[in-house]
Design a protein around this ligand. Sequence first.
Ligand code: AMP
Length: 402
Amino acid sequence: MSFQPPIGIADIHVPESGTWRRVLVAWEEWSALFGYPLILSPVLEATELFERGVGDTSEVVTKQMYTFEDKGGRSVSLRPEGTAGVVRAFLHSGARGPWKAAYSGPMFRYERPQRGRSRQFYQVGVEYLDVDSPLADVEVIELGYRFIRSVGLEHLELRLNSLGDSVCRPRYLEELRTYFRDNEERLCSDSVSLIDRNPLRILDCKVCSEVVTDAPRMAEFLCDDCREHHEAVRSGLEHLGVPYVEDPSLVRGLDYYTRTAFEYIGVDLDAAQNAVGGGGRYDGLAESIGGRQAPGVGFALGVDRIVLAIGEEPDPTLDAYVVSETGPGDVLTLISDLRGHGFAVDFDIEGKSVKSQFKAAGRTGAPITIIYHGDDQDVSVRIEDERHEVPLQEVPRWLTTR
Ligand code: AMP
């Protein structure tokens, strides 16, 4: 039996788990600050949800899903992304009116593993449903932007585009098809196969960038409503001081987007994996999975890539380490009392010598060492060069008021 995790999937623990913990805690704080309640949606869903929701021309669905039959003969898939499941949960709940949710958890895609691209990866994201106001797009984009920067990825570029809607996009797609057909011999075989099914995806092809450069732009085809919506998103971002660049070739890998599409790019990351997150508006998604019309907007951020960009950090250091001269059993109450007062403390559980306990205390980096001499004696509290003798029962209170 090998102890390796499956190919393309990694164990995440020390040393990088310190960064993970900080980023995930910050995420809970930021999403709450913007008023997004937590949703814990299933990791496993009916395959049909993703085929209808994410789109059966997207690579994610056609090539990358972990799909299998469960024991009841139903086709189920590990979620490759979070939005379809959240929209399904929203429809299932019967909720109406502006509805917000923040999620976080693992996603699964059978991709070619490389740095910054794995088969199980972790996303945090929000969905804002039953809203068509461009102010919702602005709020969502601002949340992602502020969160990513707050955790330490300062060098961030926000790219923005509008993909139009069911009114104006069909005409644009026809125009694109004609253009790509005229240039078919210069396209890769994957792109050629997309001309009829989903020509928008060709804009995303790295190999065909030369043909893509001269392709018609969605911006020239936007209908009045989409143009107005896009203008309002732009001016909202400008008003809030969230810088962005227009990127007419930005299409995103999932098929459900309409109007607003955006990506957060880590400018210092390797170009192939520099997108730390992205999102957009998906006004037709609820209907395409069989629900009522419910426009929405959201994003997903890749925590693996954010952590990769920030680098390793130790877990927060302990506040104190307790050294016991009489064995670990005697300090259980003291330890429990300290933790009950909110101090992060640890101690040696194996009954090691006092000398090795001091060494262990040093390794933890805890600024306070508490030395227990016996039940009827004061304990010594060492803080840097100072040493204080404190009655045993008083230690937590003494530390709190110090
Ligand atoms: P997407 O759901 O494709 O829009 O991706 C949103 C973000 O999730 C990307 O910008 C990446 O940061 C992250 N991501 C997507 N796929 C992977 C993967 N295979 N491995 C690691 N991170 C990923």
